[in-house]
Ligand binder design. Structure first.
Ligand SMILES: [Zn+2]
Length: 139
């Protein structure tokens, strides 16, 4: 036995009906033996609007949004890699030497620094920017 949720296209009435198999349903449908018990219309169809079908779509669009943001960050990372020199943990040191020695640097620098380091640099008048960063293996 198989249970179908049916919907009447004429009066929007939805109701459950039991069939011995899906082929039996198709057969009865073809013979016009399935009709709405409210309005007697033969415009009755299987109602596919069940939540289990809708849910994956919502999840999908959310994932797409997340992937889009990740792609933007990756693009940004690539730009920085191409246009800035990576100094790693020496970021605060390099930032100071550029600031105080007026060291000529064609490229900017990027690297890691703690919140305290950034705050200190800020107090010394050295502007830094915190950028979102994804690890290479974070896919
Ligand atoms: Zn009806």
């Amino acid at each position: 036995m198989i249970k179908y949720c049916l919907i009447c296209k004429n009066c929007q009435n939805s109701f459950d009906s039991w069939f011995s198999s899906s082929t039996e349903y198709e057969k009865l449908k073809k013979l016009n033996h399935i009709n709405c018990y409210v309005c007697n219309s033969l415009e009755v169809e299987k109602n596919l609007m069940s939540p289990s079908i809708i849910r994956p779509k919502i999840k999908d669009s959310k994932d797409k949004k997340y992937i889009k943001i990740k792609d933007k960050i990756k693009e940004y990372q690539k730009f920085i890699k191409d246009n800035f020199n990576y100094v790693g943990d020496r970021f605060t040191y390099e930032a100071r030497s550029i600031h105080y020695n007026k060291k000529k640097n064609e490229k900017g620098i990027y690297g890691s620094a703690s919140d305290r380091d950034i705050k200190e640099l800020e107090e010394e008048g050295i502007e830094t920017q915190i950028i979102p960063w994804l690890k290479e293996n974070d896919n």
